[in-house]
Design a protein around this ligand. Structure first.
Ligand SMILES: *Cc1c(COP(=O)(O)O)cnc(C)c1O
Length: 419
């Protein structure tokens, strides 16, 4: 059973002040989770989580993560500027992008961010762009092929296709890159890889770590480079469906520690820092989209129309992703009605749920769409002139703070060049 982090009376009070739809985040949940992650990797003195800004680029949330000791992982000029405006600089920023324009390398360098190179050709481009190669530099690795975990008769626990992914360098390119970067003055090296997304397995990070640790030991032997950190990037998932089991972050940290002891320590590399760049895992369960049932329609199916739409949460429309829905105040009622829960976009994929068994919904009921705290608001758009909603923070003391106002039509018109 998925339980919302707010009660119906709390939500009704919030909705009096802030009209639905809105995104609501849970400060206590965010902090507890960040502390669990930190504890799971406490065995590694250099450990650092660089939160993937793209998942939730909202300063009111970033500040909580920064306060818990996280850095920020940025992938664009605007995300770098956002980090700068949050007062973050230097080694507290990781810059990981592809197809990077000159101005992004320039700002990343000016801020002192650690730059993670996606491609071999980025080396010369970086040197030309900023006139130097930073002493600390990282390269993104793509081993190609398919990445699988836990093969059984029922299939794979985790399967993804690095060989089809646009990111990262091949193994021979990685060696060449390290040699070249060293010759150009780099002194501290990092390795980064992102091989599978939204994994529900305590083995993903340990397996990835094993691959990267072995690669690091080889690279050190081949090139003599000092490898200072290994970045396991994102990809640790969350259970969107109520019958899925959550990852155990303590077990994940322990699995990475075992790989570290097995591979890095014997290679004389017991000083390597472990970095992560989690997005979803840090926030998805601690944010929800709150919307109200506004319409009912009975044709070939039973539809519930709500005041949110795919412009507020795109994952169901884009990936067919499951997001659990709680009808507030009816948590214990039997799920004996089958509905399609739909938004108002003129796009037939604008459906938060299809053939979902839910309690009987009445006009005006508040619906909580779970696990929208990451890749939720941030993927929003303005199609059909639907505007992005407000973002609210439920603080530890129970009060509510608006951390982003809802867009108004004036925001929508702001970029138009009228004749
Ligand atoms: C998106 C992204 C992440 C975060 O991914 P999650 O699935 O949210 O954990 C981390 N690193 C990079 C480079 C990314 O592009």
């Amino acid at each position: 059973m998925k339980k919302p982090f707010v009660t119906l009376p709390q939500l009704e009070a919030i909705a009096q002040q802030y009209p639905t739809p809105f995104h609501l985040y849970h400060e206590a949940g965010i902090r507890e989770n960040a502390r669990r992650l930190k504890a799971a990797f406490a065995w590694n003195p250099g450990f650092r989580e660089y939160f993937a800004v793209k998942a939730t680029p909202t300063p009111g949330i970033l500040k909580i993560l920064l306060d818990e000791g996280c850095g920020l992982d940025c992938s664009s000029l605007t995300e770098l500027m956002l980090a700068q405006r949050c007062g973050v600089s230097g080694g507290n920023i990781m810059f990981s992008a592809n197809n990077v324009p000159a101005e992004e390398f320039q700002l990343a360098h000016r801020l002192g961010a650690v730059i993670n190179l996606d491609d071999f050709t980025d080396i010369d481009f970086l040197q030309e762009t900023i006139g130097t190669i930073p002493e600390t530099i990282s390269c993104r690795y793509n081993p190609g092929g398919t990445f699988t975990l836990g093969a059984s008769n029922e299939g794979f626990q985790v399967m993804d296709n690095p060989g089809q992914a646009k990111y990262g360098m091949t193994r021979p390119q990685l060696t060449e890159a390290f040699r070249r970067l060293k010759a150009m003055g780099a002194k501290r090296f990092g390795i980064h890889a992102f091989l599978a997304s939204n994994t529900l397995s305590n083995d993903y990070y340990p397996t990835l770590a094993h691959i990267l640790f072995q690669t690091a030991a080889e690279l050190k032997a081949e090139t003599g480079c000092h490898i200072a950190f290994i970045n396991l990037s994102g990809g640790v998932g969350i259970p969107y469906k109520p019958d899925q089991a959550a990852n155990d972050i303590a077990a994940i940290g322990e699995g990475v520690r075992r790989a570290y002891e097995e591979v890095l320590v014997p290679a004389g590399m017991g000083d390597v820092a472990i970095y992560t760049e989690l997005g979803r895992y840090m926030l998805a369960p601690y944010g929800c989209l709150v919307t109200r049932a506004t319409h009912f329609k009975h044709t070939y199916k039973e539809y519930v129309g709500v005041d949110a739409c795919a412009a507020n949460l795109m994952r169901p429309a884009m990936y067919g992703a499951y997001h659990h829905i709680t009808v507030m105040g009816k948590e214990d009622a039997p799920c004996d009605h089958m509905y399609d829960v739909v938004g108002g976009l003129c796009e037939n994929n604008d459906k938060f749920a299809i053939d979902r068994m839910l309690p009987r919904i009445d006009l005006g009921d508040l619906l909580v769409i779970h696990d929208a705290g990451a890749h939720g608001f941030s993927m929003g758009y303005q199609y059909n002139g639907r505007l992005r909603s407000a973002e609210l923070l439920l603080r530890e003391d129970g009060s509510v703070k608006a951390i982003r106002r809802a867009e108004t039509p004036e925001d929508y018109f702001a970029t138009i060049l009228w004749d």
